[in-house]
Design a binder for this molecule. Structure first.
Ligand code: TXA
Ligand code: MG
Length: 349
């Protein structure tokens, strides 16, 4: 049986969070909200507890988990060193939507790191997440709380849909603010490397560290010659049952192309929808799911995974998505969209 603890970020219930904390301390699993997506947490220092996360998600065991802490002191026992690059990122961006890959310490079981000599550390800024970790008094390993391969959960109903009956408790709050997962950045080498783009942008990182590179697997389809450095990025991901196709180019040409292609799909008996924006909605003569505003990428990232899940709820067979530019949060949005679309992109002029 899964216990549901409902609360609001602005009205935190310490009594329920203490209960949730004791569940993870005793080796159980608790789903909690963060500013990015909901996480499926267990005691990061307890190999048996961590195994329950992989079971609940159906996650391959060679995909490492990131470890969540409440404050700087929580990081130190988990890593063998905090180099200058890590220190700068911690100072500027923690707590917040970033995961820093550092050399691990002996405290962390192999089940968490999938045998790697590094560990991903994340300090959420979400008040419920932070308080929950603090009251639990232990570091919490947590992947996104979705069934492996599905879009990450950004609404309490998503986690209840995927995980009810598979975990001990769910802390249910409102929608996640950022809506895409944290930026994963590896600072163990000389040149910091983004392994997964997220809420803290490439531009943010460069303003603090100077040179920062993006793992090529973020932009292009991984292949035999291009292996993603974040193990999780190699798996099928963010996939609704619907076939997704991205269309990129000037607004009007994109809409024209989508209207044209969807006519053919509908003639073939398919149920079609388009993921579009407030500004472009009027250009379509098919079902539109609005992601947000073209002028505000955060509004798009916030709704992206919910929109992908809606496609399945609505029984859509084929969905077209408008591309966004890859500046700022756009890099993370396009990375997730490309994966959802299995890299199918049509370019128009
Ligand atoms: O926003 C987030 O990061 C959310 C919330 C719950 O904190 N968590 C999350 O975890 O997205 P997960 O497991 O779904 O994604 C973590 C990613 C995976 O792609 C994994 O392969 C990669 O980080 N990763 C974890 N540890 C790593 C390591 N030591 N080296 C390289 N990549 C690592
Ligand atoms: Mg995930």
């Amino acid at each position: 049986m899964t216990e549901i603890f409902s609360m609001d970020e602005n009205n935190i219930n310490d009594g329920l969070l203490k209960k949730a904390g004791s569940i993870v301390r005793e080796g159980g699993t608790v789903i909690f909200p963060t500013e990015t997506v909901y996480g499926l947490g267990a005691n990061a220092l307890d190999a048996n507890a961590v195994k329950k996360i992989f079971e609940a998600k159906g996650r391959p065991s060679d995909n490492p988990l990131i470890v969540h802490v409440a404050d700087y002191d929580g990081i130190l026992p988990l890593v063998s060193e905090v180099n200058d690059r890590a220190k700068a990122l911690i100072k500027h961006f923690m707590p917040g939507p970033i995961t820093i890959i550092m050399k691990r310490s002996e405290a962390i079981p192999d089940e968490v790191t999938a045998g790697l000599d590094t560990v991903g550390i994340r300090m959420p800024s979400h008040k419920i997440a932070s308080r929950f970790i603090k009251l639990a008094g232990i570091p919490i390993a947590a992947p996104s709380a979705n069934i492996s391969g599905k879009p990450s959960p950004t609404r309490a109903e998503h986690v209840i849909h995927d995980m009810d009956g598979k975990v001990d408790a769910i802390i249910a709050d409102g929608p996640s603010g950022v809506g895409v997962e944290s930026t994963v950045v590896d600072v163990t080498g000389e040149i910091p490397m983004i392994l997964r783009p997220g809420g803290i942008t490439l531009e943010d990182l460069r303003s603090v560290l100077g040179r920062v590179e993006v793992d090529p697997a973020v932009l292009k389809k991984p292949s035999k010659n291009l292996v993603a450095r974040a193990p999780g990025m190699k798996y099928k991901h963010y996939s609704p049952d619907a076939e997704v196709v991205i269309v990129s180019g000037p607004e009007n040409a994109v809409a024209e192309k989508i209207n044209e292609l969807s006519k053919e799909d509908m003639a073939a008996g398919k149920k079609v929808a388009v993921l579009a924006c407030y500004e472009t909605k009027k250009l379509y003569d098919i079902v539109v799911i609005i992601l947000g505003s073209r002028k505000d990428k955060l509004s798009i990232s916030e709704n992206l995974f919910d929109a992908l899940r809606k496609l399945d709820d609505m029984g859509i067979d084929k969905a077209y998505a408008e591309a966004v530019d890859e500046e700022g949060l756009g890099l993370a949005i396009m990375n997730r969209l490309k994966k959802a679309a299995a890299y199918k992109i049509i370019r128009v002029n």
